[in-house]
Design a protein around this ligand. Structure first.
Ligand SMILES: [Zn+2]
Ligand SMILES: [Zn+2]
Length: 337
């Protein structure tokens, strides 16, 4: 089969490799599309260390091409979205249901080979059957949507509450829609005006430009009180964490789902003074079914989020496109045979 093999920083070779052989509990997925995200980009540049050679790609969907002898949850020919993480299943965290926090968690496309290839082998329990008729392009959003479903769920929003979404990349634009589906009023806040119109089209009732506008004043005006009830932070920057605290009303909740890689100069005075709850949200536990349900119900629009697709052999171009200011989600399409 053909795979994009990362041999070192910015060194990808699209080449023929041996097809994977599934173990008894594994499934072989014929990949129909694989999305790129910031994590892939950092691995590609070498900023994030991995072992080489590696086939990256963790946001992928496809068709089940083969299953091991013990697999019962999926069948050959089924379209699936892959949950690209699996835990040990036996540690205290796993046993109490916190499998996303397992210290032995394996990330497909990061720790082991992933979906920038014609085929990928994953444990069958990582495969979530797609609702009938759901297009590959929509199914591709299942993984980032599962991240967002968890982040929003961690804030436990009530209908009629006000929410601010920080950052309007793919996660932020999905968060706007999931919050709307939960009955919240949404203020979208971003550093650039580029996608604020799109945020409005996808359901944000108001938008604010951070930096130029006084976004704290915008949050007060929008909520009609001291700030919004909850903030979903998707930007993954230290500044966004501080900003999230400033937008939130006393007694409100802040969910952080972006992963800031730098230290945050957060003034915890305000966390105590406002009695804020700051809640981390790490990927997903059991959110894929809800993500599928939202996609199937049409509660979430995805067509505006997939900016460009490239054939797998142009994956370098796909990484460049990922960094383009106007791009939201970029995906690669492996050759059919
Ligand atoms: Zn990702
Ligand atoms: Zn575990």
């Amino acid at each position: 089969m053909i795979a994009a093999v990362l041999r070192g920083p910015r060194s990808l070779a699209v080449t023929t490799v041996l097809s994977p052989t599934p173990g008894p509990n594994d499934a072989v997925i014929r990949v129909t599309a694989a999305g790129l995200c910031g994590t892939d980009y950092r691995i590609w540049t070498g900023e994030r260390a991995v072992r080489y050679p590696l086939v990256m790609g963790h946001e992928f969907v496809g068709t089940v091409a083969g299953i091991g002898s013990a697999v019962r949850n999926i069948a050959v020919g089924q379209a699936v979205a892959v949950e690209p993480n699996y835990s040990c299943g036996s540690c205290a965290l796993c046993r109490e249901g916190n499998r996303n926090l397992c210290l032995s968690r394996v990330a497909v496309g990061i720790d082991v080979d992933g979906g920038f290839a014609q085929e990928a082998t994953v444990p069958a329990r990582c495969c979530w059957p797609a609702p009938a008729g759901l297009s590959t392009e929509r199914l591709l959003m299942a993984e980032p949507l599962a991240v967002v479903v968890r982040a929003v769920g961690r804030a436990a929003p009530a209908a009629g509450e006000t929410a601010a979404v920080l950052g309007v990349g793919s996660l932020g634009l999905l968060a706007v829609q999931v919050l709307r589906a939960r009955g919240c009023r949404v203020l979208a806040v971003a550093r650039s005006t580029r996608r604020l119109d799109l945020a409005r089209e996808l359901g944000a009732e108001a938008v604010a430009l951070s930096g130029a506008d006084d976004d704290t004043a915008a949050a007060r005006a929008f909520s009609g009180r001291e700030g919004v009830d909850l903030v979903i932070e998707t930007a993954g920057t230290a500044l966004a964490v501080e900003q999230a605290v400033n937008l939130c009303r006393p007694g409100g909740r802040v969910v952080l789902t972006g992963l800031p890689h730098e230290a945050t100069a957060l003034n915890f005075f305000w966390v105590v003074r406002r009695e804020l709850r700051i809640i981390g949200s790490m990927i997903y536990q059991d959110e894929f079914p809800e993500a599928m349900r939202l996609l199937e119900a049409g509660a979430v629009q995805t067509d505006r989020l997939l900016s460009r697709t490239f054939p797998l052999d142009r994956i370098d171009d796909a990484f460049e496109a990922h960094r383009a200011p106007d791009s939201i989600k970029v995906a690669v399409i492996p050759p059919a045979d």
